[in-house]
Design a protein around this ligand. Sequence first.
Ligand code: ADP
Ligand code: XUL
Length: 541
Amino acid sequence: MPVYVGLDCSTQSLSAVAIEVGTARRRVLFEHTLSFDEALPYYGTKKGVLPSTDPLVMTSSPLMWAEALDRMMGVIATNGGFELARLAAISGSAQQHGSVYLHASATGVLASLDPARPLVEQLAGSFTRDSSPVWMDASTSAQCTEISTALGGDAALARLTGSRAFERFTGPQIRKFYRSEPRAYERTDRIHLVSSYLASLLAGAHAPIDPGDGAGMNLMDLRRARWADAALDATAPGLRKKLPDLELPWTVIGRLAPYWVRRYGFPPSKVVVWSGDNPCSLIGAGIVRPGNVAISLGTSDTLFALMAEPRVDPAGTAHVFGAPTGDYMSLICFRNGSLARERVRDAHGLDWDGFSRALRETPAGNRGRILIPWFEPEITPTVLAPDVRRYGLEPDDAAANVRAVVEAQMMAMAIHSTWTGNAVERIHATGGAARNREILQVMADVFAAPVYPLEAGNSASLGAALRAAHADALDSGHAPPWDDIVAGFAPLPDAALRPDPRNVEVYRALRPVYAACEAHSLHGTPDPALLLTAFRERQQR
Ligand code: ADP
Ligand code: XUL
């Protein structure tokens, strides 16, 4: 039975998962995580990021990522618990947007890695920039404006690349490097994403970028999955020849380089193009067809969905990336997630049991009592300063405030995801708050769709392993449907929370009322008092 390995290089750690994929048995064989700060302390990172005097600058060390990869491959070889000869293919996932800058000499180094010496020793002279900007960097506002202006504004850039200019996106980061260190930029032969850099190390040759991660750069024509010349020109001169090629997300880019074969005893397994952590998580969460949505209830809440069409968010706050299935995916972030739920919970001296009890004891629709929960500046919709408002809601009514915060979050997610154009048919819920079934019931009722809680685990590395399995099958001449690829790893039907038809009706009526309260808070549009009264009267009937 073949084994597939998926790696995930996130902000703070490198994780690996090995899965066994047979007709009768499909299961996780091995999981392991190396935390950068703890396992590789001599790079000096804190939570995976290098110290900086400028709070807007966030970088990490590409050499550290290479050393982590070297170590992880050693751990898999000795402790993976499977016969290495069974490893059919390997792929990976990485934090999106981060970039790695290589000198021309890197090409020769990659092609002739010596298995007798550690990887980092051999790579040390290969970088034109020792540190790599990562997704938390926010230091490129000037470059965002320049790129956006050159391309005809935010909306035009979003239509072309899937997102308006964002500080963390790779294009603005490359422009800043070109402006501040023009000579180092000129000496740069290749600019990789974290994903394509690590794939290059595995394959011993420069790896391509897939449309999932390529869409996080403000450089790729989303519809054609090709570099967009106008965006390249607006970013930095001579950029095209410094970028890797773009390839389909199931491309087998080569075999594990002799370094890995001789140093650790791996077979020359297929290396499959890596992708970003969000596209990989989509697959790891079992989202493989339009109408399937994943909602992660973590510190922030995020909603990501598979889309058949490359539509973009007219409000400009969300992102559209390529999906590993060859479709598209939306990514919508809501900053006031667990953060806001905890603020309400703590304000009323509750624990999570008390929070759940409050949800059980209050009716759907909350008798028209509404909270706008921007305890911190909000990403979706854009709110720059904290702004909490209550409509008909007493601040000290604990149970009503609990229901109001959860209903507000679910309403906002439903309202601000309609632009994706796909009706929601099922939701896979993950993140710390997904263990709360009362919260998930509100989700099911608001979206009028069943909610399947996912088992905790690293969905990005699992998604990478499943992508490796899919690419291997395709490369071997049969193309199983994606439903079959994720089968056995996707949530079981009997765990689902089903929508209650009466509550679905209530929330259908509440939606325009909530939208009016949101618009009133955001733009000072007319007070929604009349709408609220009508909704309350309808609930009392
Ligand atoms: P992160 O985004 O940091 O990875 P997690 O996905 O691990 O976050 O989620 C952590 C959050 O889950 C905590 O901040 C907490 O608010 C929330 N949480 C944990 N248990 C519950 C519960 N029973 N009900 C609601 N929220 C919970
Ligand atoms: C997405 C983003 C993050 C990183 C985190 O746009 O910036 O999700 O991919 O790893």
